[in-house]
Design a protein around this ligand. Structure first.
Ligand code: ADP
Ligand code: ZN
Length: 670
C-alpha cells in the first residue's frame, strides 16, 4: 500500500505561512491615514513628490525630503515613516476627478509662487499574490476539506471498504459471488439443518427448473426468510442455495442500507434490484433484515425512523414490482422475526419462513465433521464427545473452537491437533482466558475450593442435576473457579428438575456459609440464576399452586417492560411464592451439605492441591453419583418389566396349550 499523504501537515504549513506573512510582511511603520483636504494642502505647499494610485482608489503619497523635515513638528504627521509612502488615502475612485483636483492644487501652488516640481502620478493595477488568493479562499477550502473528510469516513464506515466515495452513496454495495467462482459453497459444507435444507431445496428447484413450474401456471415464490440465532449458518445456507442452483449470489447486509443521508437507503435498494435483474437468474441475500424491516410506526419519535421506513417501503415496492418469472429469489436472515414488519411476510414477499435453530448433539457432531476436514488431526479425536461438551454452541462457535484448537496446538509446537487442544479451546471460549497468575490469597483459594466443592457435591447427590465433569479453581475470565457439567438436553422440565437445579446453584454459597462462616460476593451469578429460575416457575410455567395455572410469559416480545399484566396483589403473591420456593431449595441444599461436611472438606483439599479435578476424583470421594444410581435403577426396572412380560407370555402360552379353544380370562377385574 502506498503511504498516505497526511493532509494535516499540509494545512499546518499553509497556516504558518499566512501567519508569518501578516506578522513580518510589513515590518515598517504604516503610512498615516489621510484625506483629500490634507493632500490638496500638501500639494499646494509643494511638499508632494509623487502619488501612486492603486486600482484607482488607494493612493500612496510620497513627500519630498524638505517636506519631511518641515512637517516633523506637525502633530498630524508625527508617526510618519521616512521611507516608502508617507500618507495613504482614498481617492473616491474617479480618475478624472482625481487628476482635476491634483492639477488645480498644483495650479494654486504656482499661483502662490511656490517653487515645486510637478507631482508624479502613477496608476497601478493590483496583481494579487498567491498568498492573497489563498487568504481569500482559505475558509472555503477548509469547509470543503472538512466536509469531504466527514463524508469519506462515513461512507467507509458503513460500507466495509471498497467502492466508497461520495459519488457512490446511493449505490448498493452488494458482494457478488459469481457462479464460476472456485470457492462455491454447497450443501456438503452445511452440516445438520436437515429440515431447512429440504425446504430450501425447493427453492433451488424453482430456479433450476423454472419452466416446469411455469408450464403448470404455478407462481414461484419470491422470497424466504431464514430465522434463527446468530451463527447458526443462515448465510452459509443461502450461499449453498446459490451454489447448488449454480446461479450468482448477491449478498448485502441490512445495515448497509442505513445511512445518515435521507434517501440513500431507498436508492440503494433500487440499485440492488437493478443489479439483480441484470444477473438473473440469481439469489439476493439480505442479512440482518431487521435493521430495515422493523415494524413501522412503533417507537417513532426519533427522526431517523422516517429514513428507515422509506427504505422498507422501497424494498416492499421492489419485491412487488418484479414478476415472479424474472428468476430473482430474495432470501433474508434475521434473529428477530418477532420485530419484523408484518407487511414483509405477506404473500408475494417473504412468504416462506425457514427456521434455523441451534444444533443438537447429533448436528453438532456433523458440524465438527465439516470443520475438522481442514485440520491436521491426531488420530484419536472423539467427535461425539466434543459434541457433548458443547451444548448451546452455534455452528459459528464450533468453527471457532476448531480454529482455536489449531492455534493452541501450533503454540505448543505440536505435529497435529489433539483432543486435549479441543478441550482447551472449548474451555477458553466458554470461560475466557485462564488467568493463572492472578493474585489470590490462601483464604480466597480455600473459599473458592469450598464453594466449587459445594456445587459439585450437591449436584452429585441430586438425580435431576446434570452430571459433573470437572471442578477447577483456576481463575478464568471473571470467575474464580468453575464446576463443569454436561447439560442433559431435556425438552421438558418438571418441578423436581427445577428444584434440583436451584439446589445445585445454591450449593456454592451455602457450603461457604456452613463450612467457613463466610458470605461472599462470589455467588452473584448463582443467585441470579436461582432467582430467575424461581420467577420463571411461578410467573411463566404456572408451577405455584397459589398463583395457579397462569402464565405471564409473552412469546411475542411486544409488551413493554413498564406495564405488568397483573395486579399489585398478584405481584405480592408472586414474590411470596418465589421466596417460598427458594427457601425450599435452600433447605434441601443445607441438608445435603450438612451431611457431606467431611466429604466437601476433602474435595476442597484435593482441589487446592491439584487445581482441577475430574469425575473419577470426585467419585473416589463421594461414591456413585445420583445420576448413575438413577440410571442403574431405571435399567433394573426395565429388566424386571421385561422379565414380567416374559412370564406373562409363558402363562398365556401355558393356558393356550391347556385349553386351545377358550380364550384366557383377563386377570384384572374392574
Ligand atoms: P448466520 O448467518 O446464521 O449468523 P453464518 O452462516 O454466517 O451464520 O455462520 C458463520 C459460520 O459458522 C459459517 O461460515 C460456518 O463456518 C459456521 N457454521 C454455522 N453453521 C454451520 C453449519 N450448520 N455447518 C457448518 N458450518 C456452520
Ligand atoms: Zn458458584
Amino acid at each position: 500500500m502506498r503511504p498516505r499523504f497526511n493532509f494535516m501537515w499540509f494545512w499546518a504549513f499553509v497556516a504558518m505561512l499566512i501567519i508569518g506573512y501578516s506578522m513580518f510582511g510589513s515590518s515598517e511603520q504604516p503610512p498615516v491615514e489621510g484625506d483629500w483636504r490634507m493632500v490638496e494642502e500638501l500639494v499646494e505647499k509643494g511638499y508632494v513628490k509623487g502619488i501612486d494610485v492603486l486600482d484607482r482608489e488607494q493612493a500612496s503619497v510620497y513627500l519630498t525630503e524638505a517636506a519631511l523635515d518641515s512637517l516633523a513638528k506637525d502633530d498630524r504627521f508625527k508617526s510618519m515613516p521616512r521611507t516608502g509612502a508617507q500618507i495613504k488615502f482614498n481617492t473616491g475612485g474617479d480618475v478624472q476627478v482625481f487628476t482635476d483636483k491634483i492639477e488645480s492644487a498644483e495650479q494654486r501652488a504656482v499661483d502662490n509662487g511656490v517653487d515645486a516640481e510637478p507631482v508624479a502620478i502613477k496608476y497601478q493595477r493590483s496583481e494579487k499574490g498567491w498568498v492573497d488568493y489563498l487568504v481569500d479562499f482559505l475558509p472555503w477550502i477548509l469547509i470543503i476539506a472538512v466536509w469531504f473528510f466527514i463524508m469519506r469516513s462515513m461512507t467507509r464506515g458503513a460500507g466495509g471498504g471498497g467502492g466508497g466515495g461520495i459519488m457512490n452513496v446511493g449505490k448498493a454495495r452488494a458482494q457478488v459471488f459469481d457462479k464460476d467462482k472456485k470457492q462455491r459453497v454447497t450443501f456438503k459444507d452445511v452440516a445438520g439443518l436437515e429440515e431447512a435444507k429440504v425446504e430450501i431445496m425447493e427453492i433451488v428447484d424453482f430456479l433450476k427448473k423454472a419452466d416446469k413450474y411455469k408450464a403448470l401456471g404455478a407462481k414461484i415464490p419470491k422470497g424466504a426468510l431464514l430465522a434463527g440465532p446468530p451463527g447458526t449458518g443462515k448465510t452459509l445456507l443461502a450461499k449453498a442455495v446459490a451454489g447448488e442452483a449454480n446461479v450468482p449470489f448477491l449478498s448485502i447486509s441490512g445495515s448497509d442500507f442505513v445511512e445518515m443521508f435521507v434517501g440513500v437507503g431507498a436508492s440503494r435498494v433500487r440499485d440492488l434490484f437493478e443489479q439483480a435483474k441484470q444477473k438473473a437468474p440469481c439469489i439476493v441475500f439480505i442479512d440482518e433484515i431487521d435493521a430495515i424491516g422493523r415494524a413501522r410506526g412503533k417507537n417513532s419519535g426519533f427522526s431517523g425512523n422516517d429514513e428507515r421506513e422509506n427504505t422498507l417501503n422501497q424494498l416492499l415496492t421492489e419485491m412487488d414490482g418484479f414478476q415472479t418469472n424474472t428468476g430473482i429469489i430474495v432470501l433474508a436472515a434475521t434473529n428477530r422475526v418477532d420485530i419484523l414488519d408484518k407487511a414483509l411476510m405477506r404473500a408475494g414477499r417473504f412468504d416462506r419462513q425457514i427456521e434455523v435453530g441451534l444444533p443438537d448433539v447429533k448436528e453438532r457432531e456433523q458440524i465438527f465433521g465439516v470443520h475438522l476436514r481442514g485440520l491436521k488431526l491426531d488420530a484419536a479425536i472423539d467427535r461425539e464427545f466434543l459434541a457433548k461438551q458443547t451444548p448451546g454452541f452455534a455452528g459459528a462457535d464450533i468453527a471457532n473452537v476448531c480454529n482455536e484448537a489449531a492455534l493452541i496446538a501450533a503454540r505448543h509446537n505440536k505435529e497435529s491437533v489433539t483432543q486435549e487442544d479441543f478441550l482447551a479451546a472449548i474451555d477458553r471460549i466458554v470461560g475466557g482466558l485462564e488467568r493463572r497468575n492472578m493474585p489470590m490469597s490462601p483464604e480466597e483459594r480455600r473459599s473458592t475450593a469450598i464453594h466449587e466443592a459445594g456445587h459439585a457435591t450437591v449436584m452429585w447427590r441430586l438425580k435431576n442435576c446434570d452430571p459433573v465433569l470437572k471442578i477447577t479453581i483456576i481463575p478464568r475470565g471473571r470467575s474464580l473457579g468453575a464446576t463443569w457439567y454436561l447439560p442433559e438436553e431435556r425438552a421438558n422440565h418438571n418441578v423436581e428438575h427445577f428444584m434440583h437445579k436451584m439446589a445445585g446453584l445454591l450449593g456454592g454459597r451455602i457450603a461457604e456459609q456452613q463450612l467457613m462462616g463466610i458470605t461472599s460476593t462470589g455467588a452473584i451469578n448463582d443467585l441470579e440464576r436461582t432467582s430467575k429460575t424461581a420467577y420463571a416457575m411461578v410467573a411463566y410455567y404456572g408451577m405455584s399452586p397459589k398463583v395457579g395455572n397462569i402464565s405471564f410469559y409473552d412469546a411475542s416480545g411486544q409488551r413493554d417492560t413498564f406495564t405488568k399484566p397483573f395486579s399489585e396483589r398478584t405481584a405480592e403473591l408472586i414474590d411470596e411464592e418465589v421466596r417460598r420456593i427458594v427457601e425450599e431449595a435452600v433447605t434441601l441444599t443445607r441438608d445435603i451439605i450438612e451431611q457431606e461436611r467431611a466429604n466437601i472438606e476433602r474435595l476442597a483439599d484435593i482441589l487446592i492441591e491439584k487445581e482441577t479435578i475430574f469425575t473419577e476424583d470426585i467419585e473416589a470421594v463421594l461414591g456413585a453419583s445420583a445420576q448413575q444410581l438413577a440410571k442403574q435403577e431405571a435399567e433394573a426396572a426395565k429388566r424386571a418389566a421385561e422379565a414380567e412380560v416374559k412370564s406373562v407370555e409363558a402363562v398365556v402360552e401355558a393356558v393356550e396349550v391347556a385349553e386351545p379353544t377358550t380364550p384366557a380370562e383377563p386377570t384384572d377385574k374392574e
